[in-house]
Design a protein around this ligand. Structure first.
Ligand code: SAM
Length: 203
């Protein structure tokens, strides 16, 4: 169990294996808008949902995870913070899920080698295809952004609203929506003073 940047909120994650990085901190700080119901695909230990909750971005969080160890960590994160009224963990493969919500967001597995539509991103694309969301946000490497952008523009007719590049161009954050609205947030350069503030000024 570890403290987060949000006073009073704790996160439980495994000592070894996948542990969240700055990607899982920046995406929830860049997402714009307020939502009733959101879905996270591959929620891991729940770190992104914790931050969106702390910033009152949504009321109900549907958190899908198919790895037993991470799902256990997610359940513990929910329990230690007493978030049961707002966080709904769902064990299983996102490819099989149908969940109605206002926003879907994810930090998908990148895998090794060349990611493609048949790689670990395939179940995430399948979910998007089956559920047709009006708002989608993600953090991915540029190769996966090409696949997702083509899909979201071509098949779901979404328009890009927010875009941030960081880690010397190896990560891209995008938020897509039906209507192209001018983003309220200025483009964030990373690392920057703004990012330092994101870490330390959270309530
Ligand atoms: C890069 S991790 C991100 C975890 C968490 N969202 C975060 O930001 O720390 C990707 C997560 O997706 C989960 N995952 C991968 N494929 C999945 C699938 N088909 N269905 C559900 N979860 C999946 C993995 O187990 C892992 O926890």
């Amino acid at each position: 169990m570890e403290p987060t940047f949000h006073r009073g909120l704790w996160v439980v994650q495994p000592m070894r294996g996948y542990r969240f990085s700055v990607d899982s901190v920046i995406l929830p700080h860049v997402i714009e808008g307020h939502f009733v119901r959101v879905v996270e695909l591959g929620a891991g230990c729940g770190i992104m949902a914790l931050q969106l909750f702390a910033h009152e971005r949504a009321l109900q969080f549907y958190l899908v995870e198919n790895d037993k160890v991470h799902f256990e960590a997610l359940e513990m994160t929910i329990a230690v913070n007493e978030l049961q009224p707002w966080f709904y963990p769902i064990f299983g493969d996102v490819a099989e899920m149908r969940i109605d919500a206002d926003l879907v967001y994810f930090n998908p597995p990148f895998g090794r080698g060349r990611p493609g539509k048949g790689g670990p991103i395939a179940p995430f694309l399948r979910f998007l295809e089956r559920n047709k969301y009006a708002e989608v946000a993600y953090v991915v490497p540029p190769e996966l952004d090409v696949i997702l952008s083509e899909f979201l523009v071509g098949r779901m007719h979404l328009k890009k609203e927010v875009q941030v590049w960081y880690k010397r161009g190896t990560r891209i954050i995008k938020q897509w929506s039906k209507e192209k609205a001018a983003p309220k947030r200025a483009i964030v350069e990373v690392p920057s003073d703004q990012v330092e503030q994101m870490y330390w000024d959270c309530p």
